[in-house]
Design a protein around this ligand. Structure first.
Ligand code: SAM
Length: 267
């Protein structure tokens, strides 16, 4: 299958960093609760794949302590450096579509919001799982935006928001830009690995427009593919404009979907 480019590769650094910061604000609470439940602690060797801005890599480094180690990888490591980077984090530029990692080497392998960008997500899961050591854990987290909609039906324009956001998300999926309906499948991918102690849960993204992380994340995300979708005739300008207007309004409440988490232990 043709490798595809990451859709935000050409985004200006300041906007992309703000987008990733908003994503961290939305997800980090759920992620760290899941990592705590898996028992991440001193001495753990952790692999954080597609680390983005690196908030979880830093959290893992703190937990793993000086006797542990975190390898934080990404296709684009522009946000992962910094003089304040803890000594126990190693940053690696790495394309998960091209290469795997050291086999059976890590106590924890974690990836969040990566598989939705993969042309063959189950193949990527196998690649991630290959680097979990016996007794080690895999944690995958992916969103599912199937229920993206306004929370308050009395909000003026709520119905139009629901219709327009659905058109935009469907068009993004059909164009192969990213898959907004993947999250619910990751428990299956994890179960098929033949690991034990499997489990999953999901956490809703309840959000509002304006400066809320949900409003910021989505109002920075849709314009990345909007012009391409309008040019292809897949969505109307009016759909994008209406969605963006709602996302800019602090009074607008919406559910963006849910963040699935799925975990397992290599026997
Ligand atoms: C939506 S961001 C999520 C970042 C981070 N995991 C988080 O949840 O905060 C997706 C990340 O996947 C990375 N990415 C996309 N394609 C990749 C690939 N083929 N190999 C490695 N990283 C990739 C992007 O550079 C980006 O940092």
């Amino acid at each position: 299958m043709e490798p595809r480019r990451y859709f935000a590769d050409d985004a200006p650094a300041d906007r992309e960093e703000e987008r990733l910061r908003a994503l961290e604000a939305l997800c980090d609470g759920a992620t760290t609760r899941r990592l705590e439940a898996l028992g991440v602690g001193p001495g753990w060797r952790c692999l954080e794949v597609a680390a983005g801005r690196g908030s979880i890599a830093r959290w893992l480094a703190e937990r793993a302590g000086p006797s542990g180690r975190v390898v934080a990888t990404d296709l684009n490591t522009r946000f992962l450096g910094g003089s304040d980077l803890p000594d126990n984090i190693e940053v690696r530029k790495h394309d998960i579509l091209a290469d795997g990692f050291e086999p059976r080497a890590y106590d924890l392998v974690h990836a969040r919001a990566l598989l939705v960008h993969m042309p063959d997500p189950e193949r990527t899961v196998a690649r991630l799982a290959a680097s979990v050591r016996p007794g080690g854990r895999l944690l995958l987290e992916e969103a599912d935006f199937s229920m993206f909609r306004a929370s308050d039906a009395r909000y003026p324009g709520a119905e139009q928001f629901d219709r327009s956001v659905r058109r935009v998300l469907d068009a993004i999926g059909s164009a192969g830009i990213w898959n907004g309906a993947l999250g619910h499948r990751i428990p299956l991918f994890t179960e098929r690995l033949g690991f034990d102690q499997t489990g999953h849960d999901c956490v809703p993204f309840m959000a509002r427009g304006g400066d809320d992380p949900g409003g910021r994340f989505w109002s920075l995300t849709f314009p990345l593919s909007g012009p391409q979708l309008v040019a292809a005739g897949a969505v109307e300008h009016t759909d994008l404009d209406h969605v963006q207007a709602c996302l800019a309004d602090p009074e607008f409440r919406f559910i963006a979907g849910v963040l699935f988490g799925s975990w397992a232990r290599r026997p």
